[in-house]
Design a protein around this ligand. Structure first.
Ligand code: ZN
Length: 116
C-alpha cells in the first residue's frame, strides 16, 4: 500500500500515521529516494515492535549508506530529524525511539564525565 507523500526540509524521511514525509531534494538521489519511501511504507501507522525492528536493522538502507550520509552532509538541516522532537510539516513529531537513544547518550556522558 502506498501512502501520501509530503515534503519537509527538516528530515530525510519520516512517517506520521498515514503520511510519509521526505526531503524535497531527495528525488536527486533516485536510489536513496526509493529506499527511503520503501522503508517508510513498511512502518505501521503507530509505534510497535515491528517499527523498532525496522529501524534497528534498516535493511532498506543497506547499499545506500554512502548516499544517505552524503545527503545529510549536503543538507545539514536534516539533522533536526534526529532530535526527539522535530517540526515536520504541520506536526510537531515526538519520536520515542530517538528520545530513548538521546537519554542513553546523555546517561553515558554523565557516567563517563563523573568518572574523569
Ligand atoms: Zn524508520
Amino acid at each position: 500500500m502506498s501512502n501520501l507523500i509530503q515534503y519537509s526540509k527538516n528530515i530525510v524521511g519520516c512517517r506520521i500515521k498515514k503520511e510519509i514525509f521526505i526531503h524535497p531534494k531527495l528525488y536527486k538521489y533516485p536510489e536513496l529516494y526509493k529506499a527511503i519511501v520503501l522503508h517508510e511504507n513498511k512502518h505501521s501507522d503507530g509505534i510497535g515492535l515491528g517499527d523498532f525492528r525496522l529501524d534497528l536493522f534498516n535493511e532498506e538502507l543497506t547499499g545506500h549508506k554512502k548516499e544517505f550520509y552524503k545527503f545529510i552532509f549536503t543538507h545539514p538541516r536534516t539533522l533536526l530529524g534526529f532530535l526527539p522532537l522535530t517540526k515536520i510539516g504541520k506536526y510537531w513529531a515526538f519520536d520515542l525511539q530517538l528520545f530513548i537513544a538521546w537519554v542513553i547518550v546523555f546517561l553515558f556522558g554523565y557516567l563517563i564525565g563523573g568518572n574523569l
